[in-house]
Design a protein around this ligand. Structure first.
Ligand SMILES: Cc1ncc(COP(=O)(O)O)c(C=O)c1O
Length: 393
């Protein structure tokens, strides 16, 4: 028998309780799950939309669309990316844009190009857990910076930058996962002032900004500090995650390094998927599709907010987000989200304990995240009714 010896850094990325929860839920379709942050498959484009896109991509570009392609991206997809970026106030030349394998691929490759073992990455409190794993997988440590309801606190960030001299700062200014909060323009400007003064890079993870249900769009953080920001977005939440299309904007010297790494990982993001996505974005369906997705999720958010108002005990605090997929709940200190989840699964409802999103999980056992995108609309109220009873116990 061959004995496989894992790299030491593999111990930093082992699967944990969330993976166990998702595995358990896969076998329990009857559970009303607010746990998984995936889109609703009912809003994915239908065969009637996808089949002509495939036909057009092959007809228009021939075998090239099935061939190896440029690491930077499929040129028509790069053009579409530039249009999408302009809508978010990101005006940059084409040579700074790259089509990655999802936002996850972009984050991984940026981390690979920028992190050395022992480095620090400053993150929000709480933050997107898979990013913590990514940073740890390169031997770096995620250090949390205090936040309020508007995101990173500029003074706390300033102090943390002076103390830790991080490789970069990682932030989700719009419809944050897990809290749903959004950094207003005034806070973005204050954070940008700190970032520019300290001469550090901020990696902006922005996969939810098109899912806005209330309020006016806010320019991407990138537009407040273009030279110091790596901007990452993707089509996973608005088109389909399986296409694995990410869009990244970064300084050219970083991009060169990312390309060198990517060539040894997957060479390029699938030309075929990029061609299909480019045809979709250029075609007449994209606008109506996004409007549909937004209206379905806005309805679900309404239902979840009203169910929480009716059924969650008053000592549980939550805020309705202006967009995205999540509502964040903070229970009283005595509330134990892990123990409640065990009872909730028996009762037929699931949520994600919030401690998983913290660099010091043990101190945050009374929080949880509710994801509304994937839950069937009619199941939202019954699910929250069950959860409300468990929280009241
Ligand atoms: C904040 C955040 N970043 C990145 C991703 C990954 O996106 P992608 O499917 O584009 O890799 C997700 C997915 O849930 C996310 O919530």
């Amino acid at each position: 028998m061959v004995s496989v010896i894992l790299a030491r850094r593999a111990s930093a990325v082992h699967s944990g309780p969330i993976d166990d929860l998702f595995a358990a839920l896969a076998h329990r379709p009857e559970v009303i799950s607010f746990a998984v942050g995936a889109p609703d498959p009912a809003v994915f484009p239908r065969a009637a939309v996808m089949a002509p896109l495939v036909e057009t991509a092959i007809g228009k570009y021939g075998p090239a669309v099935l061939q190896y392609g440029k690491t930077q991206g499929w040129p028509p997809m790069l053009d579409q990316a530039r249009t999408l970026l302009r809508q978010r106030h990101i005006h940059c030349s084409l040579d700074k844009i790259h089509i990655s394998t999802g936002a996850s691929g972009a984050l991984h490759n940026v981390a690979m190009a920028m992190l050395d073992p022992g480095d620090v990455v400053l993150v929000e409190t709480p933050t997107y857990e898979p990013a913590i794993k990514t940073f740890r997988s390169f031997g770096a440590t995620a250090v949390a910076v205090d936040c309020d309801a508007l995101g990173l606190l500029p003074d706390a960030l300033d102090a943390a930058l002076a103390r830790h001299r991080p490789a970069f700062v990682y932030a989700l200014p719009t419809f944050q996962n897990p809290t749903g909060r959004t950094m207003p323009a005034s806070r973005r400007a204050e954070v940008a002032e700190v970032i520019l003064r300290r001469g550090v890079v901020l990696v902006e993870d922005d996969v939810y900004s098109d899912l806005r249900y209330d309020g006016a769009p806010i320019p991407a953080f990138w537009s407040f500090a273009p030279e110091n920001t790596v901007y990452i977005t993707s089509l996973s939440k608005t088109f389909a995650p399986a296409m694995r299309i990410g869009i990244v904007v970064m300084p050219p010297h970083l991009l060169d390094s990312v390309f060198a790494f990517k060539q040894s990982i997957d060479m390029q993001t699938s030309s075929f998927c990029q061609a299909i996505a480019a045809e979709f974005l250029a075609g007449p369906e994209a606008g109506a599709h996004l409007a549909d997705v937004v209206s379905v999720y806005a309805r679900k958010l309404d239902k979840l907010s009203s169910a929480l108002r009716d059924h969650l005990p008053p000592e549980f605090r939550w805020t309705r987000p202006e967009g995205g997929m999540f509502i964040w709940v903070e229970g009283p200190r005595t509330f134990d989200a892990d123990a409640t989840l065990r009872r909730a699964l028996d009762a037929g409802v699931a949520f994600l304990p919030g401690k998983t999103f913290y660099t010091n999980p043990e101190a945050h056992g009374s929080t949880f995240r509710l994801s509304f995108a994937g839950v069937e609309e009619d199941m939202i109220r019954p699910g929250i009714e069950l959860l409300g009873e468990l929280c009241a116990q």
